[in-house]
Design a protein. Sequence first.
Length: 138
Amino acid sequence: MLIFDTSFLVSFHNEDDSNHPSARDGMQAFLAGEWGPGLLLEYVAVETMTVMAARRGLGAAVRVGRQLVASNELEFVPCADLFADTFERFSAQKRFRLSFTDCAILVAAERRGATRVATFDADFRREKAVRVVPGRRR
């Protein structure tokens, strides 16, 4: 099972992003079934649309949001039930390293048995519970 992070989705949907080629290849691997089912957390969808609006405009953000929510390949995961555990994980950090959304991804991974995160966020590489795909950041 694979959980998508904002950095991966923004890179995939933004052809000007330096990680776009890697994200495109990673998405092809996901769609070919290499990493199992995909999860899209509500927080990640919100972040992705916000970043896309800032970088590519509101129209691009709305288009990406519609694609994500309508995707048959992704299971949309509402985050209300994750909030308390996410807040605990976020609060327990010795220093700020993982965003609230990143902590929610880890909580969802634990609960759902997901072992992979599609991300370009290097902080996930320190987490033993998940493996980062599609590989090293360019």
